[in-house]
Design a protein around this ligand. Structure first.
Ligand SMILES: Cc1ncc(COP(=O)(O)O)c(C=O)c1O
Length: 470
């Protein structure tokens, strides 16, 4: 055999080509391992005696190889500390990679951008206890490949929880567990593109989602939103209308009862479905939560939910509750979708739901967010009398509309950033940014608790001193 695989105490596998001779083959294999980063800088090499023994070659040969590689700058030989891999120069400057998609770099200051819950509220203790319990009690068979539609325990727990907390009418068989809303939308777009070509989104909306649908090959229409929510009369023959009826994102209005009926009539008439994005429906502060639209017509509404606001986005767990007629198409999409979720985490979430821990966690979160929202409301009323805070009945963000020309938004945002405050401009969410009033979307859950009050003070102060202050 001309090639020998050597595996030594570092658990490094080297392909040594003996056609180059023992010494040449070993030298080349080690050089390439350092160049590829398989042997990283600082790694301690086996002693020449140990490596020689492992490879069945003379110790002197290994010593010669080490010396040669030290001379070339790949290894460092120091008395008493043995031979180590030398620091390597960084890669030659090549093309600059674009930033990772959809990743929001943390802001070094007061981060009031919408999208995150207070991450310090993550229920570490209950999650840890449930993980321990799951690992102790789950049969070995559960550690195999999971059900692509989600573990039955989680689907059962979700059917119960969603019925209880959000009024959703469903069974575990109608639920598909997926990696958050984003993934849910991908699966749905694939299934829907088999029966139609156009999908409607609210305007304003988070731009990522219409973009995702367009990327899946669907034509996107944008339907305006007014104080009653989606303007249903503007819908045409889209295969689906995506809406956030409990707390419109970003405006925060609730879809009115009349519009709910109109929307379901539209779906019935056109053979379309309504895609309900219930991303923050658990958080309603002044009265009972608005129940899910799905409860009015489970055969016309695809309900989607996520733990991204209730627990944490890092978990990447969400769900689709599908009407019976869509279940086969969705299951078919899943045959080719390899994003199956971590089974253990599904079981942990199921256990937290069953044991009532999720409800307890949500009560804590609601109380904290209500205080934060009230504090923001007081600060705006006191320091920014010309501004209007809206969308505050629910959720984790509010819209702060400011008097001033809409075109002032870029300057205002730059001014806020310079004062150490990050928020989103309202125009970011409008299909035509010029149609947006001058406004900010304030995520009041995002800053850590200890700095929340100073974040709000910094925000109001910075707005007051902005070039177009209210
Ligand atoms: C409107 C809306 N829907 C859904 C989500 C949740 O997305 P995911 O479950 O993919 O984290 C978010 C998160 O910011 C959102 O703003």
């Amino acid at each position: 055999m001309s090639e020998q695989w050597a595996s030594f105490s570092l658990d490094l596998h080297l392909a040594i080509d003996r056609r180059q001779g023992l010494r040449g083959g070993l030298e080349r294999a080690l050089r390439e391992a350092v160049q590829r980063g398989q042997l990283s800088p600082g790694t301690r090499m086996p002693s020449s005696r140990a490596l020689a023994q492992e490879l069945g070659i003379a110790r002197g040969t290994v010593s010669q190889v080490y010396e040669q590689l030290a001379a070339e700058g790949y290894l460092l030989a120091r008395p008493r500390s043995g031979v180590r891999v030398a620091p390597q120069p960084g890669p030659a400057s090549g093309p600059v990679l674009p930033p990772a998609p959809s990743f929001r770099a943390p802001f070094d200051g007061h981060d009031l951008r919408p999208g995150l819950p207070d991450l310090s509220l993550f229920p570490r203790g209950p999650w840890l206890a449930a993980t321990r319990q799951v690992l102790q009690s789950t049969p070995h068979a559960a550690f195999g490949y999971g059900d692509p539609t989600g573990h039955a325990d989680l689907r059962t727990a979700l059917a119960d929880y969603l019925g209880r907390a959000r009024g959703v009418l469903t069974t575990p068989e109608h639920i598909i567990v997926c990696a958050g809303y984003n993934h849910a939308l991908q699966i749905l777009c694939q299934a829907l593109s088999r029966v139609g070509s156009t999908i409607a989104f609210e305007d304003p909306a988070l731009p990522d989602y219409p973009a995702l649908a367009a990327n899946a090959g669907l034509r996107v229409t944008r339907i305006p939103v007014d104080r009653d929510g989606l303007v249903v009369g503007e819908l045409g023959d889209e295969v689906a209308a995506v809406t956030t009826p409990s707390h419109q994102f970003p405006l925060g209005v609730t879809l009115s009862p009349r519009r709910r009926i109109e929307l379901l009539d539209w779906a019935r008439r056109t053979g379309s479905v309504v895609l309900e994005d219930d991303y923050d429906g658990e958080f309603r502060y002044d009265r009972q939560p608005v129940g899910a639209l799905q409860a009015l017509a489970p055969d016309l509404v695809v309900y989607t939910g996520t733990v991204s606001k209730t627990i944490a986005p890092a978990l990447r767990i969400g769900w689709i509750v599908a009407p019976t007629h869509l279940v086969p198409a969705l299951r078919d999409v899943l045959r080719f979708d390899e994003t199956h979720l971590n089974v253990i985490e599904q079981l942990v979430l199921a256990s937290l739901i069953r044991g009532g821990e999720l409800d307890r966690h949500l009560r804590r979160c609601r109380s904290r967010y209500r205080h934060r929202r009230d504090h923001l409301g007081r600060a705006v009323a006191t320091h920014l009398p010309g501004a209007r805070l809206s969308g505050i009945a629910a959720g984790l963000h509010a819209v702060l509309t400011l008097p001033g020309p809409a075109g002032a938004e870029p300057d205002l945002l730059a001014h806020l950033t310079a004062h150490g405050v990050a928020v989103d401009g309202l125009s970011t969410f409008h299909h035509d940014p010029r149609a947006s009033p001058l406004g900010l979307v304030v995520g009041y859950a995002t800053p850590p608790q200890h700095s929340y009050d100073s974040a709000v003070t910094a925000l109001t102060e910075a707005i007051r001193t902005a070039p177009h202050q209210p």
